[in-house]
Every structure is written in C-alpha cells, then in structure tokens.
Write a protein that binds this ligand. Structure first.
Ligand code: GLA
Length: 426
C-alpha cells in the first residue's frame, strides 16, 4: 500500500482496510528500481524469484515507443502489461494441476490494440485489458452539469459518452510513462498519465457559457502489482486542478479456462450484491436501485454465467446479455469482496476485491467472431467476461448515486484486486 494514500482528506478517500491474509500479502511494493533498461532487479519470493522485465513492443500511432512489461511472481504466475493504454495483455495462471493458461482476452501484438476501434470492427471497441478513463462507463446524452456549468462531451456510443469519449481522448489509447518497481514480496509497474482539461469535447463546440469537454487537468497514476499469492492489484490515484468527474476501471475480459477456448457460460460467478441498476435502451441506469432477488441478476449464490443468460428477461434483451452495474454489498469504505468466479473444469478461481461501490459485469455481448485473439482464435459472444469495478454508470447525472466529483486539492484513490487460486478435486 502506498504511504501516500494515508492522511488525506477527501470525500472519496478510501481507507484501505486489509481484511484478510490474502489481502495482507497483496501489499504493493515500495522500493524503487532502475528504469529504462531490460531487467529491473528482483526480490526473492518464496521458492522463486520475482522479477519485472521489459521488451520493446512497437511504436504507438503518435510515434512513441511502447514496451511490454512482464511481471513474474516467481511462483508460476506472470502478467504482461503494455504502457500503451496500461493494457493487461495476458494473465498466465496455473490450473489445479499446475497447467498454466492465459486467462485474459487480448491481442498478440500492439497493432491489435491500436486498431481496437469501434469504427473498424463489427465487435466495436473491446477495450481488452485496458485502463479506462477519465470516466468509465456511460454518461447519458454526452453531458453533465457541475457547479452550474453544463459540459458537453463527445458522443461515441449513440448519444452516450462511453469510456472517456472518442478513442482519441480515451486513456486506453495513450502511452503512459512507466516505472518498474521491485519490492520484497511483489513487483509493480507504475504508470502515469496527465489528461488535459477539455478532453473529449463535443465537435463543434457548444457556445459559452457551456463547457466543452471534461473540465480540469487530471494527473493519474495506476500501479499494477503482482504479489506472491497470485494477486494482481491495481491502485489508482488522481488529482485535478479544477472540479471534474472521474471514474476509473480496468477492462480485462476473463476466461478462466484460457482465452480463445470457447464460451464462459459454464463458469460459475458469485457477485456480492443484493441490488443492481436496471437500464434503458441506451444502457443508461433508469435511476432505480433494484433488488436482484427473483431475477437473472441474482448472483448472490454462485451459478453458471450461462444459466439465466437466455431467459428473455427484458434487461437481458436490451443489453444482449449481462452488461449491468451491480451495487456491491459492503460495510465501510475499505477493500471488500465484490465477486468470485470459478471454472469447474480447470479449477481456476478469480476473487475480486475492491474499494469501489459497484461492478459492471459484462458478458462479452458485442464480440462477433471478427477479432483474432492472442493465441490465434476468434472471440465470439460470451467468450469472456469483465468485472469492471467502478462507480455507477451516469453518476454525474444521477444525484442519488455516490458522487464521482473530484475537486482541486482532493485525492482520488481506488484499489481493486484480482486474486487467483484453484479449487476443486485434485
Ligand atoms: C463496457 C460496456 C459495454 C461495452 C464494452 C466494450 O463493458 O458496458 O457495453 O461497450 O464495455 O465493448
């Protein structure tokens, strides 16, 4: 955990209560290592040696060189992350027999991510593995009002602003400054990006007194940490020089049997939520926080993802499957259990912990078989699922939802942990 997370006053400061031994062991590294070179030192961890290495991974459209970093926990788990978009390119974890598979959907090279654009593929922009900012999920009508000024945003999803607006302003298309860090029990990759005021502006601009684009220059840092107990931890921090709205997440699609191996319908999911936020035809919450009891959205007890997905429920029809925000059960503001997924065949378990109030569970509804993934297989509908921990969609316009406002001088803090393990017969 970063010392800088402590002793800060903010409406959204989240006190990180380390609630289990698993999480205790997931503390981020603190010691700084050299940067800019291959091989960044290592810490002795358990039976193996944790390390973080990098390799050149091509050139972004803006001409900047991009790297692929490999975080290895020395205990059989590796994660590769590129500083293009802060994208988690692969997560390689053992099954119950020790067989390692990549459980994250993605592409084998940078070009795949650069062309991940809703204008070029029928599947639309997938956001595989990416950091999503400045505002994850949808803002209705591409506008919101803050302190009496209405701001107009680029509408890149029908009339909505989705995942930060047009690709040119999305954080998943930016080259982030990267610093590898080696700790005693973990390795980390620190990524920073400064998002200028006015990003995602409506074109043509609206006349004053309207605001154009997101207000405030936001300075963001995301630290990915791989721990010795197979946790991928994400610590997000951000500041702004003027009042704005912010909602950050990671958009990894999981298939616990291995990416490209087919559908996830048979994988079990538990979501620690008694209620969710039903949507309208634009996938914007209608305003209600509705109990999941008696609906296909009841994942309080683990059930196969596919059990109710074809049920004909109106909400599932609107979204072509699950693509909704669950209101997480939590006590206090610290890390709390959000979800647990389990693949009965491989025994792989993914447990998600977060400080965020919601999780968008998306069942890969828009994947259409026109994208060739990392290992050379196409991705079709329901071949992966996301657990996007975040504030609720459209919060800037829905004042009954927890606030996503960030003022100058405040510090945004958010942590999510994807913890891997195995279960079942041996
Ligand atoms: C999020 C959205 C989905 C879809 C995907 C990317 O999960 O909620 O509707 O846009 O991103 O395809």
């Amino acid at each position: 955990m970063h010392a800088s997370f402590l002793n800060r006053k903010s409406r959204r400061v989240l006190v990180l209560v380390l609630a289990s031994t698993a999480i205790l062991a997931a503390g981020a590294a603190s010691a700084s290592a050299g940067h800019g070179h291959h091989g960044f030192g290592h810490g002795r961890v358990g039976h193996g040696s944790a390390s973080i290495t990098s390799q050149p991974w091509g050139t972004a459209p803006d001409g900047t060189s991009v790297n692929l970093y490999t975080l290895n926990n020395g205990r059989g788990m590796t994660v590769t992350i590129t500083n293009f978009g802060g994208i988690v390119q692969s997560i390689n974890v053992p099954d119950r027999h020790g067989q390692v598979a990549n459980v994250a959907l993605g592409f084998s090279n940078l070009a795949g991510y650069v062309s991940d654009d809703y204008t070029t593929t029928a599947s639309g922009e997938t956001y595989f593995g990416a950091i999503i900012g400045r505002y994850a999920n949808r803002i209705a009508n591409g506008s919101f009002t803050l302190n009496g000024v209405t701001y107009y945003l680029n509408q890149n999803n029908g009339t909505n602003t989705l995942h930060g607006g047009a690709p040119v302003s999305q954080w998943n298309t930016k080259v982030w400054a990267a610093t590898p860090i080696s700790g005693r029990h973990s390795v980390s990759l620190e990524l920073t990006y400064t998002d200028p005021a006015g990003t995602a502006a409506r074109v043509p601009p609206m006349a004053p007194p309207a605001g154009n684009g997101f207000p405030g220059t936001v300075t963001a840092k995301v630290v990915y940490t791989l721990t010795q107990d197979d946790a991928l931890r994400m610590d997000y921090t951000a500041t702004t020089d003027a009042p704005t709205v912010i909602n950050l997440t990671n958009h990894t699609y999981f298939n616990l049997a291995g990416e490209g191996s087919g559908g996830v319908q048979g994988q079990d999911l538990m979501i620690n939520a008694d209620s969710y936020t039903p949507v309208n035809a634009n996938l914007i919450p209608e305003g209600g926080i509705v109990p999941v009891a008696g609906t296909p959205f009841d994942f309080r007890t683990a059930k196969p993802i596919g059990r109710d997905i074809n049920s004909g429920n109106t909400q599932l029809v609107l979204a072509h499957g699950f693509d909704h925000n669950w209101v997480l059960n939590r006590s206090g503001s610290g890390l709390s259990l959000a979800a647990r997924a389990y693949d009965p065949a491989s025994g792989r378990v993914l447990t998600t912990w977060t400080t965020e109030p919601g999780v968008q569970f998306y069942s890969g509804n828009f994947l259409q078989g026109d994208l060739v993934g990392t290992s050379g297989h196409t991705y079709r509908q329901t071949d992966g699922f996301t657990l996007e921990t975040q504030h609720y969609p459209d919060s800037p316009n829905q004042l009954n939802f927890p606030s996503t406002e960030l003022d100058a001088g405040q510090h945004f803090n958010s942590t999510t942990i994807y913890q891997f393990s195995t279960a079942g017969r041996h």
